[in-house]
Write a protein that binds this ligand. Sequence first.
Ligand code: XMP
Length: 516
Amino acid sequence: KVLIVDFGSQVTQLIARRVREAGVYCEIAPYQKAEAAFAALKPKAVIFSGGPASVLEEGSPRAPQSIFEAGVPILGICYGEQLLAAQLGGEVQGGHDGEYGRAEVEAIAESPLFDGVWEQGRHTVWMSHGDRVTKLPPGFQSIGHSPNAPVCVIADEARRFYGLQFHPEVHHTPEGPQLISNFVHKIAGLKSDWTMHAFRAEAVKAIRAQVGQGRVLCALSGGVDSSVAALLIHEAIGDRLTCVFVDHGMLRQGEAEQVVSLFRGHYNIPLVHVDASETFLKALDGVQEPEEKRKIIGKLFIDVFDAEAKKIAADGRGAPEFLAQGTLYPDVIESVSFQGGPSVTIKSHHNVGGLPARMKMKLVEPLRELFKDEVRALGRELGLPEIFVGRHPFPGPGLAIRLPGGVTAEKLAILRKADAIYLDEIRKAGLYDKIWQAFAVLLPVKSVGVMGDGRTYDFVCALRAVTSTDGMTADFFHFDMNFLGRAATRIINEVRGINRVVYDVTSKPPGTIEWE
Ligand code: XMP
């Protein structure tokens, strides 16, 4: 196991992803809690992340001294490298030219860190630093340099301490993954035993131990997280899992049928399909304000789920005491906060996450340790069809927030058809997996058109597609114009009620991905 100590870098999670891709389990702890995390995890290696502070500032973050004395190898990245220098008796200075972006580094000594990757020549790396190490701490030597950082890679081979001025975890350092792999495998001697195959068996054991003879309820949405959680729990406890699929009527075309046939038909998992579309439509009648829509759906979802849970509790098989949740590792990681301060609510998100407070049940969270890409890999391991595994994110309130101006059964039907055609074209063009999320929005605007010899006066449909890595920032997807033309023609020809199609070219920020 590897402990990653976070000093507030934007890309600390990428370090964790790279370590795990190397087949080694790791956890992230904020630097303030590093000592306790070290004691709990008993790691065989430690990585210090980068961070926005300068070791020259008074009160800037430090690593616990005990970690240096624990006898485990340490890799310091950027701020982490400067910490090694500052805390072990070297020197760091500011005021030189910084290096931001692409740089070239050359190895100037042999090291297991460079094995098989960096023995010779110059290598492209991604840098982002102002300060630099100017005097090596005792025991260290410089093993790599760059034009603006004569001391760019440092090593104390005896203690197995390494420092990199650049970021090996980011995409722009092409050989970064191998350097990280060398650190965890060759230097720390760790084996590649973190695989989803191994995780599956461990997780099944852990679920059995936690649940005993109890029953588990799972709110299934059809998204990849709840689907994978349900499959895993079902493997562990069989029919003592009951899935509840609350169909709020705001799902995409064919989605409810797909979920029901996969879980009930294919996997034979007990599934209660609650068709509550009428109830939700009625509650949303005449509501236009996006936050109000979100709150109504969120609250009603919990009410409907709760009512269903009561029925299940009364079925004579004993009341379920556990609630399954598809919580992922990024939701669990504690972040290093320098400014703190309350953040503004842009949208009140609704998903099954709102359930635990109300249900007062014990939580089963088998995916707590996993990143999204690991959940997908686990889904494949469990035989979940690709159409579920690779599915774009879909918001809890569903199509309701893609109908600005208000939700009606008629508008829902129009939007569903347009959305299905758009996604069909995207799949046919082989673009689905290149896009983070793509969907249609039906605008509450009518425009005049001419079809055949007649005048039309119908709705405008907006198409949206974005690329993103985490949904926090996004760029609009640059389709080929011919593609957009094709999709628009099909939508207008095949969907009655739409006579004009526009494409949304807003990135996030300033836009958000969804329109409401
Ligand atoms: P925005 O629109 O805020 O969306 O840029 C970022 C990502 O979050 C999804 N989203 C939601 N997911 N419940 C969810 O589970 C919600 O209420 C919700 N609202 C937005 C959105 O689809 C995008 O992937």
